[in-house]
Design a protein around this ligand. Structure first.
Ligand SMILES: Nc1ncnc2c1ncn2[C@@H]1O[C@H](COP(=O)(O)OP(=O)(O)OP(=O)(O)O)[C@@H](O)[C@H]1O
Ligand SMILES: [Mg+2]
Length: 232
């Protein structure tokens, strides 16, 4: 893809959930363009559709109407298998709850997204990259520990490393600092910004934390299913 291919492009995205008898329109025509390397915050009240929007960008959920393009590829027409591979290679997710597997060590959790690749070179590269990334978040000495032996903030940092192991171009984070104290939150924000700078990762974060939103370069506010104004 050429460098001017948008990282994300949404055109008139509508998302309606059929709940009981009355379908609920969560997104009512959302259009946005995010360029590679941008730092974007999505804010808005609870229930406004932020997670829905993030999941649609991340191809975990499908738009009811409209088009979604990620890294120049229209994801609407892809079948499940192609979509899973696309997601695995290009997109990293950090969820509010870290979703680490309790029975696996830190290192095994970080390497999980690479298991789908049958290419031994990919796996070898990941085995080299994992300790480097863990070192960057100050957890290289905890590689053999299990999530139950770590604090919430440490687990969240492991989740960030796992999201980055396949070198995604796009990192989507849903309330990544939601469960963290101020100091851990600050460290996580610093890490995300560093990765953006060093690896040119495009970052889209959903957050209620203004400390995080304020450090992004663009901010979108979801209101009534739309993105009415770009705040800055
Ligand atoms: N699978 C689903 N089926 C039906 N309704 C859903 C589904 N997922 C989300 N919704 C509804 O869509 C609306 C938006 O939900 P969403 O999770 O995107 O909000 P949010 O902005 O992320 O909220 P929060 O800040 O509380 O996380 C909510 O009213 C929610 O109940
Ligand atoms: Mg949410």
């Amino acid at each position: 893809m050429s460098s001017d291919t948008p990282a994300v492009q949404l055109q008139e995205v509508v998302k309606t959930y059929s709940r009981g008898e009355a379908p609920v329109a969560v997104l009512k025509g959302v259009s946005l363009v995010i360029q590679p390397g941008e730092l974007v915050a999505v804010v808005g009240p609870s229930g406004s559709g932020k997670s829905t929007l993030l999941n649609i960008i991340g191809t975990l959920d499908e738009a009811s109407e409209g088009t979604v393009t990620v890294d120049g590829e229209s994801v609407g027409g892809m079948d499940e298998v192609a979509l899973a591979a696309f997601r695995n290679q290009r997109i990293g997710f950090v969820f509010q709850s870290h979703h680490l597997l309790p029975q696996c060590t830190v290192l095994e959790n970080v390497l999980l997204p690479t298991l789908a690749s049958r290419d031994p070179r990919v796996q070898a590269a990941a085995r080299e990259r994992a300790p480097e990334l863990l070192k960057r978040v100050g957890l290289d000495h905890r590689m053999g520990h299990r999530p139950g032996q770590l604090s919430g903030g440490e687990c969240q940092r492991v989740a960030v490393v796992r999201a980055l192991i396949n070198r995604p171009k796009l990192l989507l984070a849903d309330e990544p600092t939601g469960a963290l104290d101020q100091q851990s939150a600050q460290a996580l924000i610093d890490l995300l910004l560093e990765l953006n700078r060093d690896e040119k990762v495009t970052l889209v974060v959903v957050t209620h934390a203004m400390g995080l939103a304020d450090r992004m370069t663009r901010r979108f506010e979801l209101k009534d299913g739309r993105l009415p104004v770009e705040e800055r």
